[in-house]
Design a protein around this ligand. Sequence first.
Ligand SMILES: *Cc1c(COP(=O)(O)O)cnc(C)c1O
Length: 354
Amino acid sequence: MAIEITKSTVLKEKPDAEHLTFGRVFTDHMLISEYDENGWGEWRIIPYGPFSLDPSCMALHYGQSVFEGMKAYRTPSGKINIFRPKDNFKRLNLSCGRLCIPRIDEEKALEALKELLRLEQDWVPSAPDTSLYIRPFIFADDANLGVKASQHYIFAIILSPVGAYYKEGLKPVKIYVEDEYVRAVKGGMGFTKTAGNYAASILAGEIAEEKGYSQVLWLDGIHREYVEEVGSMNIFFKFQDELVTPALNGSILGGITRASIIELAKDMGITVNERALSIQEVFDRHAKGELEEVFGSGTAAVVSPVCELNKHGEIITIGNGEMGKLTQKLYDTLTGIQWGKIEDPHHWTMDIEE
Ligand SMILES: *Cc1c(COP(=O)(O)O)cnc(C)c1O
């Protein structure tokens, strides 16, 4: 596959690893392809820079916009790994289907991403726990205020070096159980990565933060009873010999970290159940001393231990407020595979030179 590359004439200075934050610095180049009446056009790599958009650009008004998030990791031998990238492009197309956005060729997208990463490889940091965040996205760019599917789209991939998620080690977080606002409902767009789901979640996040909580636990939109997700992560509960995560029911995002954790836990001989889980069951089983660990899962944090849940003022502390053993073991195993430090029995990682 031929990709036209237009190199940037001035290269940016790379930030030092200690001062990396999330999503503020971008690399020198980006990948783009445009969709029109002839379908998706050629993939091109061009200098990173602003788009020129008509003020009536449809994505800005009606939110026809989807994205993905994954990472490239520097291994101890200096190679660059990407983690389950095919799953991300598959999910991007799943999101496209729901939002009437034309699907992309998943194999071509992967080849184009690898080409971009080979060009930008010096941007993949090597300090512990750092990585290069990959953000593919598609948005409608018809100049038209009519409410219907756009005829033109832009697909782009941008890259951003990110620092260690846990600067002071894996620290458990306090979670607020949200029983007023909901993130998504069945029949809506909850299973997709689309801009609007995030817009819907910001207010509850701000209110929780004012109360001293770092994330919200979303409940289902109909009963406000069944556990869905935490912030923009999937969630797991360890009750004695059972690890439970809510079943994918249409309103929950099917995380790739979630799928990986389910497989790793099974490898460890743990019973994993994907099922409906009510917040009442969580609190009841905590009262019986059966709730041992709670953690979120997602590409950014990998695993995020939870030490406290607050449901309308009723507060429970998980374990002794410290990270559980299984949470730690899953974190170590998954990050070990991603950074190429331990064996990868499921062949999840892909070398960009492959
Ligand atoms: C991206 C995302 C996740 C986590 O998905 P990963 O593939 O594991 O990164 C979970 N919930 C929501 C709402 C998300 O947008």
